[in-house]
Write a protein that binds this ligand. Structure first.
Ligand SMILES: O=C(O)CCC(=O)C(=O)O
Ligand SMILES: [Fe+2]
Length: 347
């Protein structure tokens, strides 16, 4: 059973998802960045989810990556299975319809035998130096004690021309945005802006393309993705134009986070929530596509270097709020979570 601190840190205290304007994210004026950090602190402690606008990712790029996702999922099944995630010891590749199961949340796990497979298919990739402007093309991958860097199973040029180039370009832009966001989170937490900089040299990044086929409206609903929290520090989601994402609030109602033109969705994930002793919410969410249309989304999960230690910030430990968890390695946490998420696959 979830303890109170744990449980309320996973439920949004709201009936809608707020919008944050990021136009001052790298303002030269500290006061403007501080003002933004204050708004971010408020939404992270109240809701754990927010839309971002003026985020700097060009709309053309977003359109291109969604086109790429649609092209990928339109391939015949046997072609997609060439990139089967089960071929990769690092959880990278294609997971077919129903290949993922809901594991619940840390405080409220679902036993393996009760887990229901999700009505979605996915293609997952992880950090590689080609997507990192701070690295040159030939830089080696970092030390990898958790077996999570690289090893992406890219479709070749004949199968999907331009696919890997587009996805790497998209990830490179998202990576830049996430590193800046990490600095504003630091400011929001009363830390020096560069507090996390030394922990995001080889960030623990996963991105995935998701396809949720339509499900019957009147008959029994099968979730496209079961209720869960994300594992890393935070997620930036591009969700196209078809709604489906739902966020759980204090009244145990699922509130819709519909696509809003010109925005992306950010949600806080477990590692950043633990860092803040669960002051920042890692809010429970799920996907249910009741629209009758095909839904595509592209989450970008951003975490610190897998070798970095996540340790509750001392200024968030109080007499009546002891540290929620002992320090741990980010990679250890992510690997354990991933190893429970796929049907018939133990990494
Ligand atoms: O597809 C979405 O809207 C959300 C996906 C998601 O929550 C996830 O992949 O963790
Ligand atoms: Fe998620």
């Amino acid at each position: 059973m979830a303890n109170q601190q744990g449980e309320s840190s996973q439920l949004a205290n709201c009936d809608h998802i707020p919008i944050i304007d990021l136009s001052t994210l790298d303002s030269p004026h500290l006061e403007e960045r501080q003002q933004l950090a204050q708004s971010i602190y408020d939404v992270c402690t109240q809701v754990g989810f927010f839309y971002i606008k003026s985020h700097g990712i060009p709309e053309d790029m977003i359109r291109e990556i969604h086109d790429a996702a649609e092209r990928f999922f339109s391939l015949p099944e046997e072609q997609k299975m060439k990139f089967y995630i089960g071929n990769s010891p690092k959880f990278r590749g294609y997971s077919p319809l129903g290949g993922e199961k809901s594991t619940g949340t840390d405080d409220d796990p679902i036993a393996a035998e009760d887990a229901v497979s999700a009505l979605s298919e996915a293609f997952d990739i992880g950090y590689e130096t080609a997507m990192d402007v701070q690295k040159s093309k030939d830089d080696p991958l970092p030390r990898d004690p958790y077996g999570l860097y690289g090893d992406n199973q890219w479709p070749d040029q004949d199968t999907l021309p331009g696919f890997s180039r587009t996805y790497i370009e998209y990830c490179s832009l998202m990576l830049g945005l996430c590193r800046k966001m990490m600095r504003i989170f630091a400011l929001a937490l009363d830390l020096p802006e560069g507090h996390f900089d030394s922990m995001v040299h080889n960030p623990g990044v996963t991105s995935r393309m998701m396809h949720y086929p339509p499900q019957p409206v009147k008959e029994e609903v099968r979730e496209g993705l079961g209720a869960h929290t994300d594992f890393e520090c935070f997620t930036i989601l591009s969700q196209g134009s078809v709604p489906g994402l739902q966020v759980l609030n204090h009244s145990r109602e699922w509130i819709l986070a519909p696509p809003l033109p010109g925005t992306l969705v950010v949600n806080i994930a477990d590692c950043l929530s633990i860092w803040t002793n669960k002051k920042f919410k890692s809010t429970i969410h799920r996907v249910t596509n009741l629209t009758g249309q095909e839904r595509y989304s592209i989450p970008f999960f951003f975490g610190v270097d897998y070798d970095a230690t996540v340790s509750v910030l001392p200024n968030h430990i109080l007499d009546d709020r002891p540290a929620c968890k002992e320090p741990f390695k980010a990679g250890e946490w992510v690997r354990e979570k991933l190893s429970k998420a796929y049907v018939g696959y133990d990494g």
